[in-house]
Ligand binder design. Structure first.
Ligand SMILES: NC(=O)C1=CN([C@@H]2O[C@H](COP(=O)(O)OP(=O)(O)OC[C@H]3O[C@@H](n4cnc5c(N)ncnc54)[C@H](O)[C@@H]3O)[C@@H](O)[C@H]2O)C=CC1
Ligand SMILES: C[C@H](O)[C@@H]1OC(=O)[C@H](O)[C@@H]1O
Length: 256
């Protein structure tokens, strides 16, 4: 057999921000690939709606209603919810947000919100998941970064800093946890229509600016990102760790 397995059968995946946009696409693709899902987001009704959709696929789903800034609440809910004999096999640190202030305008409050949401939560949830993965000598962590972690965007210095940090964290913990067979990778999207980008993408001239920087001359579709997320969660990526895979229509290689 040469074709590796892309199946997530019998795996338990925890996904932050799993009720909308990229996180929702990943959650549904993982369920279709056979995984049970811990659905983590802030809005109770949204979380329970996604739980229902996953159960309709024949998978188990566990609702965790929390703000990732309060990552301890997430850990406590997971500990209370999942059966003793189960533990997280896959963690997707997806939840993220941006406040698009210029560097001269950024406030400390904005800094704290962006840093705690995008960076601190990802590290401490990774640390929590990795402890069980180390015992199992197996695990997959996928961090959702952004092209903003690789190149300068006009959409906020603090956001870009957190995404660069996510890419560096991916490398560092991949180095430390490689001996435990824990694979840690990141995905760096360019623009995908979601609620995070909805307002921006209503501006035709802004979209034209995006397309001028995009060799494929179009925005992404979250379904095109879900496939890479399944690959990085499956056995098919078992010798890949510490990498950031840019899913960007070619944007990060566009020189001139
Ligand atoms: N949509 C895009 O064009 C791009 C998105 N990204 C990244 O992809 C990830 C997902 O973004 P989208 O799906 O576009 O956003 P979205 O806003 O459509 O969905 C984000 C999800 O995360 C949840 N979330 C946000 N802050 C949270 C918090 N503090 N606690 C718990 N849940 C929280 C939201 O409720 C939602 O379910 C983010 O990390 C973002 O930085 C990166 C590059 C481009
Ligand atoms: C590509 C960026 O990550 C994108 O830019 C924004 O303004 C949004 O915050 C998205 O994350």
């Amino acid at each position: 057999m040469w074709l590796p397995s892309f199946s997530l059968e019998d795996k338990l995946a925890a996904i932050t921000g799993a009720t909308k946009g990229i996180g929702y696409a990943i959650a549904m693709a993982y369920a279709e690939a056979g995984a049970d899902i811990i659905v983590i987001a802030r809005t109770k009704d949204d979380v329970h709606q996604v739980v229902k959709e996953i159960e309709q696929l024949g998978r188990k789903a566990y609702p965790v209603v929390a703000d990732v800034k309060d990552y301890q609440s997430i850990i406590d809910q997971i500990e209370a919810l999942i059966p003793q004999e189960k533990s997280i096999n896959i963690l997707v640190n997806n939840a993220g947000m941006n406040i698009r202030s210029t560097a001269l305008e950024v406030t400390e409050a904005e800094w704290e919100t962006i840093v705690q949401t995008n960076m601190r939560s990802a590290f401490f949830l990774s640390q929590y998941a990795a402890k069980a993965m180390k015992d199992n000598q197996s695990g997959k962590i996928i961090n959702i970064s952004s092209v903003a972690g690789e190149v300068a965007l006009r959409t906020g210095v603090v956001y870009g800093m957190t995404k660069s940090a996510i890419q560096q964290m991916t490398k560092n913990v991949a180095l430390e946890w490689g001996p435990y067979n824990i694979h840690v990778n990141a995905i760096g999207p360019w623009y995908f229509p979601t609620s995070l980008t909805e307002e921006l993408l209503k501006d035709e001239s802004y979209v034209n600016d995006i397309l001028r920087r995009t060799p494929m001359n179009r925005l992404g579709d979250v379904k095109e990102l879900a496939g890479a997320a399944v690959f990085l969660a499956s056995e098919a990526s078992n010798y890949i760790t510490g990498q950031t895979l840019f899913i960007d229509g070619g944007m990060t290689i566009y020189g001139f």
